[in-house]
Ligand binder design. Structure first.
Ligand code: HEC
Ligand code: HEC
Length: 332
C-alpha cells in the first residue's frame, strides 16, 4: 500500500464514522417509542383531579405562561398556558434560565392550550403523555430538559390522564411560539437524555404515605429544586438528595433552596404540624416593592395542596439520610 492509499482509507473511515455518528444522532436519538395508545376519559372527578394537579402540584402554567415577579410567588399571567417569551443569547438572568445571563440559542416555552394550530389541540393523548413523561415532542425531537419530563416520568397513568383531560377543557388560545434553536454542543448533548417508558405507570396507594410522599416530591419538583445537580444535567449529584443549596436568581439577589433532610441544617427541628402550617402562610398573592423579596418557590400555588399530600411528603422526608447543606456554585 502506498502512503496515499493508506491516507485515503483512513480518511474514508473518518467520513464513515462521522456520517455514522450523524445518522445515530439524528436517526436514533432521542431514544423513543411511538406515542403510546393512551385514551383519556374525562369525567367530573377526573377533571377536578386534573385541576388540582395542574394548579397545586405540577404547576405547568408557572413555566408555560409569563409570570408576575413583582407579586409574591410570581403568579402566572393569563392567558394561562399560552407560552412565554423566548430566552436567547441576550436574555438577562432569569429564574427559568437558572439565573444564567444569556441562553446558548433560543428556547421558547410553548403553548399548551388546546388551540389546534399553535397549541396542543391537534395532538393525541398519547403524544401529550409521551411529551410530559418521556421528553419527546410530537415530531420526535427531544424536549429540552427545562421541561421537567425527567421528574414527570414518574407520573402515574391516572394522574397523567387527569392533567390531559384538564388541559383539553381549557379555552384554546392562539399564541405562536417560534421553534427552538440550540447552539453546539447543547443541540447534541440533550438528545441523549430522553428515556422511553416501557409500560404503564401504576398509581401508588395513598395508604403507603412514604411511597406516596416520595412520588409527590418528584412530580411536584420539590426534589428538582431542592437537590444539587450539574447545570443542564438531569441526574442529581450523588449524596445530595434533598439537601438544598441550589441557587436561584431573584432580581439581583441569589437565594438558595432549603435543605429538606432531617439534618439540623434542614428540617431537623421542624414538626409535621409546622411543616404543613408553613404551606398555609401565603395563600393569596400580594404586591412587592422589589423583585428581590420574591421566592422562586411558588408558595401560593403549593398552598392549595391538601394536608394529606403535605403530610405524606413530610413522612417521606423523615426517612431520608440527614445531610448537611452545601451551596452549589452559581452557574454564571
Ligand atoms: C420548569 C418549567 C416547565 C414546567 C413546570 C412544565 N413545562 Fe412543559 N415545557 C417547558 C419547556 C422549556 C418546554 C420546551 C422544550 C423545548 O422546546 O425543547 C416545554 C414543552 C412542553 C410540551 C411540548 C410542546 C411542543 O409544542 O413541543 C408539552 C406538551 C408540555 N411542555 C406540557 C407540559 C405540562 C402538561 C406540564 C405540567 C404537567 C408542563 N409542561 C410543565 C417547561 C416546563
Ligand atoms: C422552583 C423551585 C422550587 C420548588 C419546585 C420547590 N421549592 Fe421549596 N424552596 C425553594 C427555594 C428557592 C426556597 C428558599 C426560599 C424560600 O424559602 O422561599 C425553598 C424553601 C422551602 C422550604 C423552607 C421554608 C422556610 O420557611 O424556611 C420548604 C419547607 C420547602 N421549600 C419545601 C418544598 C416542598 C415540599 C416542595 C414540593 C412540594 C418544594 N419546596 C418545591 C425552591 C423550590
Amino acid at each position: 500500500m502506498t502512503l496515499k492509499s493508506v491516507l485515503k482509507a483512513v480518511g474514508g473511515l473518518v467520513v464513515v464514522a462521522v456520517a455514522g455518528g450523524a445518522v445515530y444522532l439524528y436517526g436514533f436519538l432521542p431514544r423513543q417509542r411511538p406515542a403510546p395508545d393512551f385514551q383519556v376519559v374525562s369525567t367530573p372527578e377526573v377533571l377536578a383531579r386534573g385541576e388540582y394537579l395542574v394548579k397545586h402540584v405540577f404547576l405547568c402554567n408557572d413555566c408555560h405562561s409569563e409570570r408576575d415577579w413583582m407579586t409574591f410567588s410570581g403568579p402566572a399571567i393569563p392567558p394561562l398556558g399560552a407560552g412565554r417569551a423566548c430566552i436567547d443569547n441576550n436574555s438577562k438572568a432569569v429564574g427559568i434560565n437558572f439565573g444564567m445571563a444569556g441562553f446558548p440559542g433560543r428556547l421558547c416555552i410553548r403553548n399548551i392550550t388546546p388551540d389546534v394550530e399553535t397549541g396542543i389541540g391537534g395532538w393525541t393523548d398519547g403524544e401529550i403523555v409521551r411529551a410530559m413523561r418521556e421528553g419527546v415532542s410530537r415530531n420526535g425531537e427531544a424536549l429540552f430538559p427545562i421541561m421537567p419530563w425527567f421528574m414527570y416520568q414518574y407520573m402515574s397513568d391516572e394522574d397523567a390522564a387527569a392533567v390531559i383531560a384538564y388541559l383539553r377543557a381549557q379555552e384554546p388560545v392562539k399564541s405562536f411560539r417560534p421553534d427552538r434553536k440550540l447552539d453546539f454542543p447543547l443541540n447534541i448533548i440533550f438528545r441523549f437524555y430522553p428515556k422511553p417508558l416501557d409500560g404503564p405507570v401504576p398509581s401508588i396507594p395513598r395508604s403507603d404515605t412514604v411511597a406516596w410522599g416520595k412520588y409527590l416530591t418528584k412530580v411536584a419538583r420539590c426534589e428538582f429544586c431542592h437537590t444539587a445537580r450539574v447545570r443542564g444535567q438531569v441526574e442529581p449529584l450523588p449524596g445530595r438528595l434533598m439537601s438544598g443549596g441550589v441557587p436561584f436568581t431573584m432580581g439581583t439577589r441569589t437565594e438558595y433552596s432549603k435543605n429538606l433532610t432531617p439534618h439540623p441544617d434542614g428540617l431537623g427541628n421542624w414538626t409535621k404540624e409546622a411543616f404543613i402550617a408553613r404551606f398555609r402562610v401565603h395563600t393569596v398573592p400580594f404586591p412587592l416593592e422589589r423583585e428581590e423579596d420574591n421566592s422562586e418557590m411558588d408558595w401560593v400555588a403549593f398552598s392549595g395542596m391538601s394536608d394529606e399530600d403535605l403530610g405524606a411528603i413530610w413522612d417521606y422526608l423523615r426517612t431520608l439520610p440527614p445531610l448537611e447543606t452545601k451551596l452549589l456554585a452559581r452557574a454564571d
